[in-house]
Each structure stands twice: as structure tokens, then as C-alpha cells.
Unconditional design. Structure first.
Length: 162
């Protein structure tokens, strides 16, 4: 049982997390074993992302204290954790989505990415977008495609002429 002083301290800590992080996602971790949670935390930590399990009532108080819009958790009955950080939003979403597909027990509930409220379906859609590096490589390939085709055509003409 948490003492009142400890609850106040937790609300204070959570409100600072909410104020200082533009990307906050909520996950249901019911049914995950401790080693699975540790593995998820390790993957998140590599990207500079935090994970904190908490009571939903404390989360509501923290949102009120921070002055930001809250995410409605009243209909959700299971254990909830907050995943937060200033990492790229799709990185957070990718880690959580891949872990939820792998474990089948972690459920993404939604959250705030770049300050915008997003439900589960949008977070999953964001997770499925390729990384920035992959997108840049695909774009570069798209730009180079006509040039390389033109060079091959010229090479074909030069070989035919000989």
C-alpha cells in the first residue's frame, strides 16, 4: 500500500514526465512476465525511452497537475504503463508494436505523439512506416532510377553501334 506522501511524490514525478516529453504512449501489460517486461524496458532504454507502470488514478492526477489534456483510462480495467521519451515517435511505436506482435500480451492503448492525441490504430499505422533512413534510401533510389535507365539505354545504343 502506498502512503499518501509516496503518492504525492509519484504524481509530482509523473507530471514532470508528462510536461517534459512530447511522446507518451499507454500500454496494457497484463499477463506479461517479469522477464518479458525487463526485455521490453531494455529495448526501450536503448532508444532513450522510459517505461513506468502505475495506477490509473495517479496518472489522472498527474495529467491534471501538468495542465495537459488527459487520455481517458476510465473504461480500461487492466494494468497500465506509460511509455515516454523524446525519441522519434515512430521508433517508440515500432518497438511497442513489434513487442506486442511477438508477445501477444502487450496491448497499445494510444497516447500522445508530438503532442497530438492518437488512438491505437494510428499508433500501429505509424509503427508500420519504414524508418527515416529506409525512406531516404527509397527516395534516392526513385530519383536515381530514371538516370540509371537512361545510362543503360545509352550503353545499349553504344554496343549496338560497334
Amino acid at each position: 500500500m502506498l502512503t499518501k506522501a509516496k503518492k504525492i511524490e509519484l504524481v509530482e514525478e509523473l507530471s514532470k514526465i508528462i510536461q517534459n516529453n512530447p511522446n507518451i504512449l499507454f500500454v496494457d501489460f497484463t499477463g506479461l512476465k517479469m522477464d518479458e517486461i525487463s526485455s521490453l524496458k531494455k529495448d526501450l532504454k536503448k532508444e532513450g525511452v522510459g517505461f513506468k507502470a502505475l495506477k490509473k488514478s495517479l496518472l489522472e492526477f498527474a495529467f491534471k497537475k501538468s495542465g495537459k489534456d488527459s487520455f481517458d483510462m476510465s473504461s480500461h480495467k487492466s494494468s497500465v504503463a506509460i511509455v515516454y521519451g523524446s525519441a522519434e515517435p515512430n521508433v517508440m511505436a515500432k518497438i511497442l508494436h513489434s513487442f506486442s506482435v511477438k508477445s501477444k500480451k502487450l496491448a497499445i492503448l494510444g497516447g500522445f505523439l508530438i503532442g497530438e492525441k492518437m488512438m491505437k490504430d494510428k499508433v500501429v499505422m505509424l509503427a508500420q512506416i519504414p524508418s527515416r533512413e529506409v525512406l531516404l534510401a527509397q527516395f534516392l533510389q526513385l530519383l536515381m532510377s530514371p538516370v540509371s535507365g537512361f545510362v543503360r539505354a545509352l550503353d545499349g545504343v553504344a554496343k549496338k553501334g560497334n
